[in-house]
Write a protein that binds this ligand. Sequence first.
Ligand code: TMP
Length: 216
Amino acid sequence: MKKGLFITFEGPEGSGKSTQSKLLFGFLKKLGFEIYHTREPGGTAIGEKIRKLLLDISNSNMAQETELLLYLAARRQLIEERIKPELKKGRIVICDRFQDATMAYQGYGLGMDKKLIRFLGALVTDAVIPDITILLDIRTEKGIKRAKRDDRIEKRSLEFHRRVRRGYLELARKEPSRIRVIPVSGGISKTQNLIRKVALNGIKRSNISGSRPKAS
Ligand code: TMP
């Protein structure tokens, strides 16, 4: 079966994930790779509706379990509609956030049962695991200052966001070959260069078929 390469971007608020993932997308596309970019929660019509529900500050009474299940529901839809078909075609898929975000935010941040999150995660991801996860790391206070939105999750306490960051770093310690921590302190282009190195190494190790870089 043809198999592409699945790259996810993770990080606490204000880490510059979407800027960096879009830059990587543009870079790899220019090299001639067939590549698909998406985000979580969202990326499908259903997922974008779920995203609105999740981020809406007027939903302040949302139960933790409702929140968890909505993130997972959006993920399931994205996997079925987009991620699996794109990977099957042998493409590179870049996704802003994935299952690690649920572990970091709902597991470490909210303190929900991590075993349950792992179990439900396995159910919805259906063995789709990122080949490479870029974890952009930033000090919590700095990240919160840089974050532009003021949504239901971002508005949570500094202590919540500290737990999220610690959670991400712990996940990276557990899976160092998949989750690569990249500090964002060096600025946008320096960070992007580090990301490109990690991505190109991953591509070299993979056997992406049908995606060949044009001679540069
Ligand atoms: P974004 O900042 O990447 O657009 O993500 C939207 C928010 O949703 C962000 O605050 C992180 C949060 N989130 C979770 O809490 N759990 C999840 O599983 C995912 C994917 C995102």
